[in-house]
Design a protein. Structure first.
Length: 167
């Protein structure tokens, strides 16, 4: 059984992962509307991945004999200036998620909940990958600037990445 402190923090993380999935899906819709189909496909896939992260936490809490509690999820923004502003927002958001995961890991350790501590190591690694992925995408935008041809190239590259992840 989870301590109330660990259970509360895990439920908060479930909410954050759920919000993240909604955020990326909304970003995908904006990209699709603006003609950035590669970005849209990439972000749709990432939204599904985030829902998987949420479900993994939900299942863990449930399997410990605790009650997963789904919090109210605020609506994500729906307007951005450009795909670059979207990916800057994502990188900042992923840094926030990393901080929250690290805080959760710390609480599990301090509570002596080594099972949860061990379970969370997957999220620690996942966050490292997420930050690195979005840093690389931002680097591509910077290298190619915001010129139309550069944005097209990055959009096509994200489409290629999304398609390779489907296989």
């Amino acid at each position: 059984m989870l301590s109330s402190k660990v259970s509360q923090k895990l439920n908060e993380q479930i909410g954050l992962e759920f919000y993240t999935a909604n955020l990326y899906l909304q970003m995908s819709a904006w990209c699709s509307l603006k003609g950035f189909e590669g970005c849209a496909e990439f972000l749709r896939q990432h939204s599904e991945e985030e829902r998987g992260h949420m479900q993994r936490l939900f299942d863990y809490v449930s399997k410990t004999g605790s009650l997963p509690i789904l919090p109210a999820i605020k609506a994500p923004p729906s307007e951005w200036d450009s795909p670059i502003s979207i990916f800057k927002s994502i990188f900042e958001h992923e840094c926030t998620v990393t901080k929250e995961i690290n805080a959760l890991v710390k609480i599990a350790f301090e509570e002596g909940d080594y099972s949860t501590f061990h379970f969370l190591q997957w999220y620690v690694g996942e966050q490292h990958e997420e930050e690195n992925l979005f840093r690389i995408i931002l680097d591509k935008f910077q290298i190619l600037s915001t010129e139309t041809k550069g944005l097209f190239f990055v959009d096509q590259e994200l489409k290629r990445i999304a398609q390779s992840r489907d296989r």
